[in-house]
Design a protein around this ligand. Structure first.
Ligand SMILES: NC(=O)c1ccc[n+]([C@@H]2O[C@H](COP(=O)([O-])OP(=O)(O)OC[C@H]3O[C@@H](n4cnc5c(N)ncnc54)[C@H](O)[C@@H]3O)[C@@H](O)[C@H]2O)c1
Length: 449
């Protein structure tokens, strides 16, 4: 079978071909990149030296019935040669994105990142505005004609289907979730409802619109944003989590995210939905709700309140600036292979205590260097020449608290060319200054919670 005959194959058929379930006809894994391939579809892969054992499936992409470009839907690599392959597996070119949970911390940062980088793309945010969602997070883009906000729930199947059709969405970036571990310990219902049932509803809607409408399937992508917490906890000497690490979620939050990851996987393998998943480590940066470690510590110092540290404070997390996470998601959406998962992390393991101490030091320095802070935040210890660290208070540890998370991000680095760009020291400083400059924002979101 030549490549041309594939143009008529429905997407799920292509997915089956990719898995080798199709009988008859010669194998398809004889494709080699040509000089006509989009230049960024294979950076790092030398055209003159293609890797043996790779195959790709080409499919024409159609917009309003007109062929506008060729998109390569899939590429598989012979197991034997996989480790040798340094190229990019896939090229997906989004034009119209549905961002769920776009009024939350990472979602809002992603919207800003994306519109800055791709100003001609359409972005529709669907967000239920729970305690964690805040329209002010999107203020800088609210008047942008490429942007639309829809107040609604990802569990509303009819609404999601309507939006996918009306906005000709080709890419879903799924952030919406209940995301705070402590809240999941107090009550898991909302976590199951949104993270599991909500993801299920989105997948059903995506399938209904993208796959069930006839033989010609438009290029599409369902990107699921997940967490490293699905892998459980590591001992001090254990190797960091890889994409192949067995799932072992320990909190209700992590279990609900693990369940959603499995649903996404199943929708790809069963129906051929073009999905990707990223499992990321702890994020920090602007618009972070002040119940999470870094913003909580900053805000409490400024208000002169205790800095609660769980147990001995030696729980280790791999911290990544949210902008670097957005950069990673961008790579996965545009270059990740269908059905694949990618770990995204900062290779930046830090015990909580180290972070709290650093924030105390950075805040003390900021008060020394910035005139006016003492008057604006008179309750902060450095306003009175004291050290912020005096507010540190050890509290009873969280039940089932995972001791260590660490990400091995080699796959994203090797296959997608992904590397974080913001150092931890610079990122923390930037974040502290954002909170110092956006007091109205954090006072408002704290008041709402
Ligand atoms: N924060 C991190 O460090 C981190 C790390 C790795 C992965 N993640 C994942 O990234 C995603 C975003 O995390 P975050 O920290 O920005 O979360 P967040 O709690 O700040 O934001 C979640 C957003 O989802 C919205 N939402 C909740 N339920 C909804 C529903 N039923 N329908 C529509 N919208 C709904 C909320 O209103 C909010 O705007 C989550 O899926 C989370 O699991 C977070």
């Amino acid at each position: 079978m030549g490549h041309l005959s594939l143009l008529r194959e429905p997407f799920h058929e292509l997915a089956r071909i990719r898995r080798g379930h199709r009988s008859g006809g010669p194998p398809l894994w004889d494709y080699r990149p040509t000089r006509d391939d989009p230049p960024d579809s294979n950076p790092g892969l030398s055209h003159s030296n293609p890797t043996a054992g790779e195959f790709r499936i080409g499919l024409q992409s159609f917009k309003n019935g007109i062929r506008d470009r060729t998109t390569f839907l899939g590429i598989g690599i012979g197991r034997r040669n996989r480790k040798d392959f340094k190229g990019i597996l896939m090229s997906h070119n989004p034009k119209s994105l549905l961002v769920t949970g776009g009024a939350g911390f990472i979602g809002a940062n992603f919207v800003h990142y994306w519109l800055e980088r791709y100003p001609d793309h359409r972005i529709v945010v669907l967000d239920a505005l729970t305690y964690a969602g805040n329209l002010e997070n999107l203020d800088p883009v609210r008047k942008n004609p490429s942007f639309r906000f829809v107040h609604g729930d990802i569990r509303d199947f009819d609404l999601v289907v309507r939006l996918l059709r009306e906005e000709e969405i080709d890419t879903i970036v799924h952030f919406a979730a209940e995301s705070h571990v402590d809240r999941s310990i107090q009550g898991a219902d909302a976590f199951i409802d949104t993270n599991v049932l909500g993801t299920h509803t989105l997948l059903k809607a995506a399938k209904a619109v993208w796959l069930d409408r006839g033989p010609s399937v438009r290029p599409h992508r369902f990107h699921h944003v997940s967490t490293d917490e699905v892998y459980g906890t590591l001992g001090p000497a254990d190797s960091p989590f890889r994409e192949t690490t067995a799932y072992a979620p320990n909190s209700p939050y992590a279990a609900s995210k693990a369940a959603s990851d499995h649903l996404v996987r199943a929708w790809h393998h069963t129906y051929g939905l073009d999905t990707t998943t990223s499992n990321c480590s702890n994020n920090y940066g602007p618009y972070h709700f002040p119940e999470k470690l870094i913003p909580l510590m900053i805000v409490n110092i400024l208000e002169g309140k205790p800095l609660p540290v769980y147990g001995d404070g030696m729980q280790v997390r791999d911290w990544l600036h949210v902008e670097d996470h957005c950069r990673g998601i961008d790579r996965v959406i545009r270059r990740g292979a269908p059905g694949e998962t990618y770990n995204i992390g900062g290779s930046n393991e830090q015990p909580n205590m180290t972070i709290v101490n650093r924030l105390c030091r950075l805040t003390d320095e900021a008060f020394e260097d910035t005139p006016g802070l003492k008057q604006r935040f008179p309750k902060a210890p450095p306003a009175d020449g004291q050290l912020s660290a005096q507010l540190i208070t050890h509290v009873t540890d969280r039940p089932g608290h995972d001791r260590r998370y660490a990400i091995n991000a080699e796959k994203a680095r090797n296959e997608l060319g992904y590397r974080p760009e913001i150092t931890f020291e610079a990122g923390l400083k930037k974040t502290l200054h954002w909170y110092l400059e956006n007091e109205t924002w954090w006072r408002h979101v704290k008041g709402k919670a």
